[in-house]
Write a protein that binds this ligand. Sequence first.
Ligand code: DPP
Ligand code: ZN
Length: 847
Amino acid sequence: SRTVHLSDYQPFTHLVTRVALTFRLAPRATEVAATLHFAPNPARPGRHDLRLDGENLTLKSLTLNGKPLDIIPDATGLTIPASLLPDAPFILETLVEISPETNTALEGLYMSRGMYCTQCEAEGFRKITFYPDRPDVMARFRVRVESDLPVLLSNGNPAGQGAAWAEWDDPWPKPAYLFALVAGDLKAHSALFTTASGSPVQLNIWVRPGDENRCAYAMDSLIRSMTWDERVYGREYDLSVFNIVAVDDFNMGAMENKGLNIFNSKFVLASPETATDDDFGRIEAIIAHEYFHNWTGNRITCRDWFQLCLKEGLTVFRDQQFSGDMRSHAVKRIEDVLLLRARQFREDGGPLAHPVRPDSFVEINNFYTATVYEKGAELIGMLKRLVGDDSYAKALDLYFTRHDGEAATIEDWLRVFEDTTGRDLAQFKRWYTEAGTPRVSVTEAWDGKTYALTLRQENPPTPGQPDKLPKVIPVALGLLNPNGDEILPTTVLELTEPEQTFTFSAATRPIPSLLRGFSAPVILERQASPEERAFMLAHDTDPFNKWEAGRALAKDVLARMIVDGASPGPDWLDALARVTLDDTLDPAFRALALRLPAEDDMAATLHAAGITPDPARIHAERRGMGDALARHLAPQLPALIAALAEPGPFTPDARAAGRRALRLACLSLLSRTDGGAAARAAHVRADNMTEDAGTLVCLLDIGEGAAEVQRFAARWGDDRNVMDKWFALQIAFAAPDRVAGVAGALTRHPAFDWKNPNRFRAVLGALSAHHAGFHHASGSGYRILADWLLRLDPLNPQTAARMSTAYETWPRYNADRSSLVQAELARMAAAPGLSRDLAEMVDRMRS
Ligand code: DPP
Ligand code: ZN
């Protein structure tokens, strides 16, 4: 199969100056008429064939400057030989037929419950019409949609409408991956926005009739995002309308098509009764993310798909800044690092590790990864820390002015920082080109006057990259004295060598607070006593490191329970009790402090320490740890739970959400000692989904809740987004021995619509995320997932391939488990007609 290499990049042979498309929509026979204006590209001197991408298209006519051409397409496109092409501008007209209704891959133009919609990133436009489907080909699009459906949308500004047609004109040149079209029976939730320079913008969120009353939070998030991008980055919106459409069948979270964002409905629709606080937070973040792409992605796009992190890393970083400003920077940072470690560190440490900017791929859809997105965002954060906030702002201004309207590269991106600061970023660039999570180890010496801190970095080998050079690692450091006073405020050390020593004068032996704010995506290896960790949990002035101290302490305790059969000692129990009961601390922070280390994280940690993780044992000891905490806190919990009850109606703000999170964490602990009595009572009274689902989880977690599960389904059976939770929770909180049985039963449930990606992920995603269930010694978890991936793959390869990453951790486990995984990978590899997507993933994971 094909492999694409970054080093093979060449500009396209031709320029596309204008595109006019007409869609005559019909479920199985949509006609797409395209008029494409081409010119020779001065960047590619000489005469060249014109190669257009095209897949699953029935070509009905083709003309060049009005004259019919008799060319037969191949499986991936069509070629017009140079000998037929004028050495001057020319017009190509094509008419193709496509079948949206039978398009189950959800790429290109497809149907979702009666509505037409598109998904073109990365390479879906080639399933709509013949076109040079690559991001560096940017053109102005004009689109006409013909259909009886009441709402007909495309990119840009409205340019006329009549009986059963509408036209749209996008004044901004764009790559084809940002094309979008929607047609359906939709209702709008609308608002008006005025930009900083006074231009009015009509904002519409389009949903199915009946869902209009679930759009208010998304609209509010959009308006706050637009205001924020004006204030913080000086970026204004640039069209007269901004449309968002909610779709039920969607492979991704959402898509930033110019002026017409298309969203997975679960990231738009929210009401207090149907959405949890986590849902509200995700909606706010994803609305912001897609909106921010208008500048970082759309106005400045990527030259080629290897540069994906140019838009994604930067846009994730921007949405993280926004959420921090809207909520709490400390809490947001902790949540982001939890996610980074759970997904990106795991990816970086296994067979799927790849650089933030990969240099080859078989299927680009397989590179929409935690590494490109989340590590990509970390690289922006490090750059900002290294150059300072003012230089960062100047560099971004230069980026926007210098590259507006262009398809740019990581080299362009780094150059604006070099030109702004005079700093050489050649070493920093290794973060983009080398995979793997650096490990930083620490030794300390204090002679009564001087404190010497020695940092050592190690860059482990990853697939295809055995040897690595040292990176520039910003290590934010603070020093505390034994009274808990900060004697050195946060200072950024730059570790650039394999080993470096930094010295500080100190009259008492200081305690270091290292990697404050998680200043670099590295694994910090520093042993510390339980007393010191408890001290830092009590006294560190950096909120991230305060949380990190508690987390490190908990992981040490759990590791000793797993390895030595130890019991959780008073250091951890007392320290955590103090944090839990400290009313001066943000409840959201206290809830995060109460969260025990994840089983998958423990497995990774044990593996890194040379211990083969036993998932069943990790699960059992982690439960034992929770039980011990529950017993220790039991006397205080009822009063705390009562004090955290929210008077008045539900509000989705961070303050109220934090109080609910802590209250539910406490209810979950209390359930371990009261048999679920308090949680059951709270469940009955719940008037919002956070508490409805949260109290149900408390019950499921102690093996109760069967009646509540039935009642939940009876109440929410018609709501797809809520029922996804119902499916997922039953698996997520099942005992390890029951996971396969529960998942099997749910896949036989009449509401298990496995062709819907959200429902598929709710069940099979929950199975893969249940560490002890998925890695059950019987191999049942591995087998069920492979069965379903093989079933989904012919219909929707993109989602099947993405979900296969569940197997990436196999090298951590014992020989029995490893060979069970390898057998499933071999079974998938041998399946006839396996998609390029899944084949690439399976191939990379096989030993
Ligand atoms: N829609 C996806 C995102 O916004 C891919 N661009 O990240
Ligand atoms: Zn994005």
